[in-house]
Design a binder for this molecule. Structure first.
Ligand code: IPE
Ligand code: IPE
Ligand code: MG
Length: 238
């Protein structure tokens, strides 16, 4: 049975982005290896996606690996790649079964070839879907996304506008995230969606990502719903 919707009248973001931080500290506190934290984090990520779609959110972007994270010890990176190798396809088949388009955003060519193949195959399976999407940011950095878009414009000999430029970003055909959630107690964007976040509401949680529950997601959405989004105007103009 579908769980209750959140409070009637709650404004729902169309696109939620999540900086999934705190897996390592969560595991450390339990005297477990960081890889255990990443595994729990992956399961939580799937749970949150399911809940968000159930609530009526259309797009979810998750920050899974930054370009800067590639500086981590190889052993940790291999652990993350193994999670993709062992679990990604079945999890994504579940999430995407209801018409969700999957996109891996970032410099995917920096990943091992077999991991790239897994991502591409999930992307291809869902390429015909539109209107609902999951973006997994892997080897992602917002500055490099912006530079890539600028170079695309140069190659095409195009002069860009704010609108046409945003179409050259990985999220080009999607609305900007109205809500960005970061877990793990840090209050920064760590090179995430810098262009798209211009008017996002930013929600920071002290919880480590593996313990960020469906209820916490709902709390963040209710918080979002209570924000006055002025976009530069006065209250009287709204
Ligand atoms: C976020 O958790 C996931 C990745 C960056 C892959 P961390 O691994 O950064 O966890 P902490 O911040 O060390 O706790
Ligand atoms: C941000 O977390 C990147 C992801 C969640 C994938 P980090 O743990 O890498 O962020 P910093 O280094 O503390 O800013
Ligand atoms: Mg971290």
């Amino acid at each position: 049975m579908a769980r209750n919707k959140i409070k009637q009248g709650t404004k729902l973001p169309e696109h939620i982005a999540i900086i999934m931080d705190g897996n390592g500290r969560w595991a450390k506190k339990r005297l477990m290896p960081r890889s255990f934290g990443h595994k729990q984090g992956m399961e939580r990520m799937i749970g949150l996606m399911e809940r968000a779609f159930e609530l009526g959110v259309n797009y979810i972007t998750v920050y899974a690996l930054s370009t800067e994270n590639l500086r981590r010890p190889q052993e940790e990176l291999e652990g993350l790649y193994n999670l993709i190798r062992n679990h990604f396809t079945s999890y994504m088949d579940r999430i995407c079964a209801k018409g969700v388009r999957l996109r891996a955003i970032g410099d995917i060519s920096l990943l091992p070839q077999d991991v790239q193949d897994i991502l591409s195959s999930s992307e291809q399976k869902t390429a015909g879907y539109a209107g609902k999407g999951v973006n997994i940011a892997l080897c992602y950095g917002a500055r490099s996304e912006i530079v890539r878009a600028a170079n695309l414009a140069v190659e095409r000999g195009e002069k860009v506008t704010e609108e046409s430029f945003s179409k050259l970003l990985y999220t080009g055909d999607q609305p900007d995230p109205e809500l960005i959630i970061r877990t793990g107690k840090e209050v920064r964007l760590s090179n995430f969606l810098l262009y798209q976040a211009a008017y996002s509401e930013l929600y920071f949680s002290d919880k480590m990502f593996p313990e960020f529950s469906d209820k916490d997601l709902e709390k963040a959405i209710v918080w979002y719903s209570g924000r006055t989004r002025r976009f530069g105007k006065t209250d009287e103009q709204l």
